[in-house]
Design a protein around this ligand. Structure first.
Ligand code: UDP
Length: 237
């Protein structure tokens, strides 16, 4: 067992928020909130970057013909919707939660201010970072890497629906092999599906580890922050 992580940045893609065709399912979001409560109650500090792919992505075929920047603005707004759903669920389980958006919308949430975000974390508040980096042509994976560096997180935790990073798609190939340990270079060179290349480069250049793990078994977030080696550990040895 490795050292526990005092402060982490969890990346939750939009697809983690819904079930059976619904973009957002309150029960599903509620079960994520229960896991998060366990982690915060254990004394860990958690920042979360939420995606928006369950609602809209600027680079998807659904945006065909649109101006890319406008489509990306729509994608960023989608992440705010998910952030509010997660905040609601987290508050229902008693977590002190703040949403901080990279795009100002002061009636709904706080603006992103790094020092204020860190202060929230120190007070054991959950901080949900919405609207990615506030700029088009980026993804929320890159926002996760960037926010993790800014808040000086010990690691980026990338939650997925499978157990980690595989050599081939485990949902298509029965004999897919799970990697336990990878270095950032290999992920980039082999184009392994961890996070996009911009996000991986940022983590590599700043020596920030990434742990890719399955969100669904209840208790997995706590296991990861406590240093249990589940999923795939991406680092530069
Ligand atoms: N987006 C953006 N800039 C950012 C982050 C996100 O323009 O800094 C837009 C982009 O259109 C992206 C969408 O928001 O497709 C939703 O984010 P993402 O695709 O990363 O969500 P996920 O796949 O994690 O659900």
């Amino acid at each position: 067992m490795a050292e526990p992580y005092a402060r982490v940045l969890l990346k939750l893609s939009g697809e983690m928020f819904g079930s059976e065709g619904a973009a957002i399912t309150p029960d599903v979001v509620g079960s994520i909130a229960n896991q998060l409560a366990e982690v915060v109650d254990s004394g860990h500090e958690v920042g979360i970057v939420v995606g928006g792919g369950n609602i809209f992505r600027g680079a998807s075929p659904r945006a065909a013909g649109m101006d890319r920047s406008s489509a990306d603005h729509m994608g960023m707004l989608a992440t705010v919707i998910n952030a509010l759903a997660l905040q609601d669920a987290c508050e229902k389980v008693g977590l002190d939660t703040r949403v901080m958006s990279a795009v100002h919308m002061s009636e709904i949430c706080e603006p992103y201010i790094r020092r204020r975000a860190v202060r929230h974390l120190e007070k054991k508040r959950l901080v949900i970072f919405a609207a990615g980096l506030g700029a088009p042509y980026f993804s929320t994976d890159t926002a996760a890497a960037q926010r993790a560096l800014e808040i000086e997180a010990d690691a980026v935790l990338k939650a997925t629906k499978v157990d980690g990073v595989y050599d081939v798609d485990p949902e298509k190939e029965a004999d897919a092999t799970l990697y336990k340990d990878l270095d950032h270079h290999t992920v980039l060179n082999q184009g392994l599906r961890v996070m996009d290349a911009t996000a991986i480069s940022l983590c590599m250049d700043n020596n920030l580890p990434i742990i890719v793990f399955n969100l669904n078994p209840v208790g997995n977030i706590l296991k990861v922050v406590q240093g249990e080696h589940i999923g795939t550990f991406v680092h530069t040895p």
